[in-house]
Design a protein around this ligand. Structure first.
Ligand code: UDP
Ligand code: MG
Length: 317
């Protein structure tokens, strides 16, 4: 019986990465070649151009001419990394895929260990950053706090310091693609689907070329997306807060009636009234805001717009 070799596909999302792509492919191609010959597997690289406005797409085309293992998918505009990854996963025709960033912050050298775990039976091999020395203190602190909060309230925890860098078997990819939500918090989705998971630890290097597309404001909003995607606790909490406040208000009301009946009316109490009105007003606005967050997401989901639009396929059947 002849067993056809397994296929490994490396998916790399690219947004304005004309400065990074050459170095990335120069490093990763020899690594993949050596993995392929060592474990007799086939490989390809699927570069997803997430609507770059620079020469990223031209660079992909040039690489495709040099190396038939390289394939390209060009999106019609910038849809964001999560959508670009989803596009890559949907078009990868492989037994396993590895998702990696172009900027060399995810070291390609550990791909071999990932492949080994996969061939040993793991369905998902997650790259975990063991050191974040290159991040600022405040970034490390906020990210730690965020993971703590997320894991407290989400249905399924995500490992702290795990990024998108990971290997997934065909079954995991199919499962991930079954989650049709528009709001794609990939880390949450990856952990939600389950399967046998292994971890590989690495130290995260500094970005080699170009610049990060993230800033604090974007990260903050990304964090909110993650929480609202995988937990409804922020909504339910207001039921409890409201219940507590009503119970307190009710007893206090009874006390006021009692006092007025037996001791007459008192006019004092302006500060108390002001403080109460302001406090409750603020609380109400805040809880409306949270309701709004969920309603906005409902609106996005019911429209069922596609997650991405493909403009061009390069070297793909
Ligand atoms: N990326 C993308 N679309 C975007 C933003 C980023 O495809 O809208 C890609 C980017 O080209 C890179 C990866 O996602 O390959 C990670 O981006 P970046 O290094 O900016 O993020 P960070 O490492 O700072 O989280
Ligand atoms: Mg990066």
């Amino acid at each position: 019986m002849i067993v056809s070799p397994k296929i490994l596909s490396v998916i790399v999302p690219l947004f304005n990465e004309e400065d990074s792509i050459d170095h990335f492919l120069q490093v990763i191609i020899p690594i993949l070649e050596s993995i392929a010959s060592k474990y007799t597997i086939l490989w390809n690289i699927l570069a997803v151009d997430d609507g770059s406005t620079d020469h990223t797409a031209q660079k992909i085309r040039r690489w495709v001419q040099q190396n038939p293992h390289v394939q390209g998918l060009v999106l019609s505009r910038n849809f964001g990394k999560e959508a670009a990854l989803t596009a890559g996963l949907a078009h990868a025709d492989a037994d396993a895929v590895i998702v990696i960033d172009v900027d060399m912050q995810d070291p390609p050298s550990i791909m071999e260990e990932m492949v080994r775990h996969w061939l040993d039976g793991a369905d998902m091999v997650v790259g975990v950053r063991s050191a974040r020395e290159n991040d600022t203190r405040s970034k490390r602190l906020t990210s730690n706090l965020y993971y703590k909060l997320y894991n407290k309230i989400a249905q399924r925890p995500i490992p702290a310091n795990a990024g998108d860098f990971r290997l997934m078997s065909r079954s995991v990819v199919s499962a991930v693609l079954q989650l049709h939500e528009r709001n794609r918090f990939m880390k949450g989705i990856f952990s939600w689907v389950g399967f046998k998971t292994e971890y590989v630890y690495f130290e995260r290097a500094e970005r080699q070329h170009g610049s990060t597309k993230w800033n604090y404001w974007k990260l903050f909003n990304f964090g909110i997306d993650g929480l609202t995607s995988f937990s409804t606790l922020p909504l339910r909490i207001w039921t409890y807060v409201g219940l507590l406040i009503s119970m307190f208000a009710f007893s206090y009301g009874i006390w006021i009636i009692f006092r007025t009946l037996f001791f007459g009316e008192v006019v004092k109490g302006f500060p108390t009234i002001m403080v109460t009105i302001l406090f409750l007003g603020g609380l109400q606005l805040f809880s409306f805001g949270i309701l709004g967050e969920y309603i906005g997401r409902l609106y996005q989901e019911v429209k069922k717009r596609p997650l991405y639009i493909i403009k061009e396929k390069i070297n793909m059947e």
